[in-house]
Design a protein around this ligand. Sequence first.
Ligand code: GLC
Ligand code: MG
Length: 521
Amino acid sequence: MHRPRNSSQGAPAAAVLGFLSTIALLVLQTGTCAAASQSASPGPHGGGIATPWWQNAVIYEIYPRSFQDSDGDGVGDLNGITRRLDYLRDLGVDAIWITPMYPSPQVDFGYDIADYENVDSKYGNLADFDRLVAAAKQRHIRIVLDMVLNHTSDKHPWFIESSRSKTSPKHDWYVWRDAKTDANGKRLPPNNWQSLFGHSAWQYDAKLDQFYYHKFYIQQPDLNWRNPSVERAMFGAMRFWLNRGVAGFRLDAIPALFEDPDLRDERELPGTNAFGDPNLAEEHTGNLPEVHEVVRRLRIMTDRFGGDRVLIGETYLPNIQDLDRWYGGAKHDELQLPMDMNIGFGNKLDARMFRARIDEVETKIHGSEPLLVFDNHDNPRSWDRYADGVNDALIAKQIAALLLTTRDTALLYYGEELGMRTSTPQRREDVLDPIGVTGWPKEKGRDGERTPMQWDASNAQAGFSSNAHTWLPVPSNYTSINVQSESADPESLLNWHRRLIALRRTKAALRSGNMVMLDQY
Ligand code: GLC
Ligand code: MG
C-alpha cells in the first residue's frame, strides 16, 4: 500500500511532446536490434528452459467486487469474470490476477481473510472458481491469486484460538506482547510502532492483558512468521490453490512478514502523516532480512509444481539494489516478478526520470525480468496522477506505450485501458474504505480507484450490474468512457492498448531486442 501524490501538475506541453518522441525512438531502436539478441536468455530462468509464459506477459489485475456482477446484488463476482473472458482474450492478456476472493468480513475488502481455502459467498463458490480456471484456460488465460501472508482477519479461527488464552497452542501464531504500565497502572503499547492505516499498531486485549500487533487494520492481526507452524499452514493453503490449477500468486505486503524481535522503537522523522501521527522510519517493521529465507523456501515449493508457476511481489522498495534482492540477485532463487514501483508511481511526467529508471531496471537486476505497473487498487488512477489538464488523453497513451513497449512484464489494472478516472468520494459519510474515514480529509481512502468497470451505456450501472445500488457508485463519465463506445472509436485509449499489446506479441524486438536509449531529448 502506498499513496503517492500527483506531482505532475502543470508539466509544460513541450516536455510532453519531447517525451513522446523519446518513446517513439525507443520502440524504433528495439525494432532494429531484434535479431541480434533473441537467442538464449542467460541465467535467470535456468539454462535451456523455454521462455516461461510470464516473461513479457500482460497480467491484468481484477478487483472482483468491481469487474462484473452476474447475480444482481451490486457486487462483482467470479461468474461475472468468467462472462467477460472473451473481452480479456481480445485485449490480449495472458493472465489475470484476482485480488482476494476468499471468505472475509470485508473490513479491508478481502485483504482480511477468514478462510484461505474457500471462496466468499458474495463472489461465488469453489465450483465457480474451477469453472473460471477452465474457461480461462480455453482462452490461454492463466489465473494468479492474491496471497496475504502477513496477516489474517481477526475472525480467522486461528486468531480466535490464539486470543483464547496465553497457553492456547495457537497463541504464538500471532505477535502478542505484554503491555507496559505507566505510574498510574495504565496499560501502554510495548513500543511506538504505527499501523500504515493510522495510529498505534498495537491493540489491547483485556482478557489476556496483552497487545497484539497489526501493521494494517485492527481487524488484521499480523502472523508470527518466527513460528514454523505458520509457514507450514500458509504453504499448505497455497498448495491447495496450486493443485486447483492457479498459475501463481501475487504476494501481498510481503516485505512486512517480520518485525524486530527486540521491539526497538522506530526512529521519528520530521512532520506528521495524514492520520496526524508522527512520521516514522521503517527500519524495524519492514524489509527485514529474515523474509528472504521464507521466500526462498516458498520458491522451492512452487517450483515443485512445475516451472510455469510464478511468484509476484507487492514490493514498494526504495532502490534498485533492494529490488534485485527480491529476485535473489545473481542466484535468481526468490520471486520471479517483484514489482518495480519506482517507474510507475514516480508521478512525474519526466522523460529523463523514466529513462534513468528504465535503464536501471534493465541493467541492474542480473538479467531478471522487470515487472512494470502504473495502476493498482491502492493508488489514484494513473490518468489522474500523470494528467496535466491539457494533454491528458495523449499522456495516457504515452504511459501505455511506456508500459507495453519496454522489454518487461506488464501489469494492467481493470479500467486503465479505458482511461477510467479516480472518483474520490466528496463527503466523508460516503467513504467505504476505513482509512478514508480515519484520514479524512487528508486521506480520502481508496474507493476512488475501485469503482465499477465501465462496460457500456446500456443502463445507469454501465453494464456492470442490473442492480441500481452498486457497491460503489458508477462515475457519471461512463456514458463516453466505456468498452463499447471505445471499441467503436479507432483513436480510443482502449484500441491503443489493443494495438500495443498486439504489436508486442508480433514483434520479437519488443520482447527481447536490445534497448538503446537515444539522446534526442
Ligand atoms: C496491500 C494491498 C492493500 C491492502 C494491504 C493490507 O497493500 O494491496 O489493498 O489494504 O495490503 O492487506
Ligand atoms: Mg508482519
